[in-house]
Design a protein around this ligand. Structure first.
Ligand SMILES: *Cc1c(COP(=O)(O)O)cnc(C)c1O
Ligand code: SF4
Length: 445
């Protein structure tokens, strides 16, 4: 195995192609230095200051220079993806924070108020803090979640941040610096012990935040430990990451880009499947030279890239856009995987669309692509019982109903069995649904 084999344009110096782009993050403290910010009105700038006190805000020079269309502000979907919008807070929350800022309130009062508002935004949907945390010999494993039999989630401490923050993020409490909110763990050793005790687990999924925000050296420490443990049950290592969208230079010109690709090759050459679970929310994220080249380099390591995203108002609730995105993914060798429904946390009221609309977006997009792109499953709610897919809406026994099924369930017995919920045109999440036909509960309750 040589580094050479992962370089797809032999002889081409990537530093020259991209003139060594250096990562430059922007957030609440320095966003006024973004040159394009002069396109915003004073009011828009104030809105950012207000909302960013509550919801995490971070963007970077790649997103600003190569993804956002600054001639389309404030409607541009890539702008809305990173920059806080006034309506992301409920009006009374917005007004409360705006009043504090206008009266030059003390920093301490501002952050107390921010925490109070955050508590109202359902920071821990789907039992994340309580229901999925396994224990090992009576001790809770803080950096691990285990909900579905085959897959263990691992939250490395250093990966609890991202190259830029999505405004729709359901992991947002992890970025707000409230210590209890983090379920990070620095020790892979107890995760390995857990894997040994649970031979049904075939997959470990590194997640965050974004594990690829970590330096290669740190990630390599975790992965080497897994490889050296030589676990017979471990078949796949997955890494959930938005780096391809937000910082493709992670795979190109960062000073540990080549060692990252070599690490990928080390995994695949050990006979373990390496899946990069990439987050693409909009087809524009798949159009830059940097992302194309990054995808190509990753694929040359033997790793596979699978793509997922929620369907979101203001960003991608348009079937044509999804059809273009899936088609483009197939062209680039990326496998369309999941279309999610916006989770019930943070600014959900701003991004969510009714389940019926989500299903229509999925269906109309699916109709437009060939079978190669129909690997995608959706629309899916990652909710308390499991990953619940909306299969459709129909009329049965004189009642209009949603047809649903669990693609994943805490109890594998319940997977793929269709079930029915009463039709509700306004429902945006599973917890608003009630069983159809006057039943008292869903079959798995
Ligand atoms: C989505 C998810 C997984 C992975 O599910 P797959 O269907 O295997 O991709 C694992 N654990 C949790 C808690 C999840 O939400
Ligand atoms: S990449 Fe994922 S974890 Fe990071 S901000 Fe976006 S949604 Fe949240």
């Amino acid at each position: 195995m040589t580094l050479q084999s992962t370089i797809i344009h032999p002889g081409e110096d990537l530093q020259e192609v991209f003139q060594n782009p250096k990562y430059k993050p922007y957030g609440i403290k320095n966003f006024l230095q973004i040159p394009q910010i002069s396109k915003l009105t004073d009011e828009q700038i104030f809105d950012i200051e207000v909302v960013a006190r509550v919801l995490p805000f971070r963007t970077n020079n790649y997103v600003i220079d190569e993804l956002i269309d600054w001639n389309n502000i404030p409607k541009d979907p890539l702008y809305i993806l990173n920059f806080p919008q006034k309506e992301m807070l409920r009006k009374h929350h917005y007004d409360r924070m705006a009043a504090l800022l206008k009266s030059n309130a003390e920093e301490e009062l501002i952050s107390q108020t921010a925490n109070q508002i955050r508590e109202k935004l359902d920071p821990h949907p789907a039992g994340q803090l309580t229901k999925n945390r396994p224990d090992l010999d009576g001790e809770v494993l803080p950096g691990v979640q285990h909900k579905y039999r085959e897959t263990m989630l691992f939250f490395p401490t250093q990966g609890q941040t991202c190259h830029a923050y999505c405004t729709f993020c359901f992991r947002w409490p992890q970025f707000t610096g409230i210590a209890d909110y983090k379920f990070a763990m620095s020790e892979i050793e107890s995760a390995i012990k857990y894997l040994r005790k649970h031979p049904d687990i075939t997959d470990i999924l590194f997640t965050g935040g974004d594990p690829l925000f970590m330096k290669t050296k740190i990630l390599e420490g975790y992965i080497d430990a897994l490889l050296e443990a030589d676990l017979p049950n471990l078949r796949s290592i997955r890494i959930g990451s938005k780096a391809l969208s937000y910082w493709p230079y992670r795979f190109l010109t960062d000073n540990d880009a080549d060692t990252l690709l070599a690490l990928f090759e080390k995994v695949t050459s050990n006979g373990i499947h390496l899946a990069l679970m990439a987050h693409f929310n909009h087809p524009r994220e798949l159009t830059t030279q940097a992302v194309e080249l990054a995808i190509s380099r990753i694929r040359h390591t033997g790793a596979q890239i699978r793509a997922q995203s929620p369907v979101l108002k203001h960003i991608n609730n348009d079937p044509n856009l999804w059809a273009i995105m899936w088609q483009r993914q197939v062209e680039l060798g990326v496998v369309p995987y999941y279309m999610f429904i916006a989770r019930n946390t943070g600014a959900q009221h701003y991004f969510s669309i009714p389940l019926e609309e989500a299903w229509k977006v999925y269906r109309k997009a699916y109709q437009q692509v060939s079978g190669l792109a129909r690997t995608v499953r959706g629309p899916v709610m990652s909710c308390n019982p499991g990953k619940v897919q909306v299969l459709g809406i129909t009329e049965m026994l004189n009642e209009k109903v949603y047809i649903l099924r669990a693609l994943q369930h805490r109890n594998p017995k319940y997977v793929m069995k269709p079930f029915f919920a009463k039709y509700d045109p306004k429902a945006t999440w599973f917890n608003q649904l009630i069983p159809a036909f006057g039943e008292e509960k869903f079959f798995f309750d």
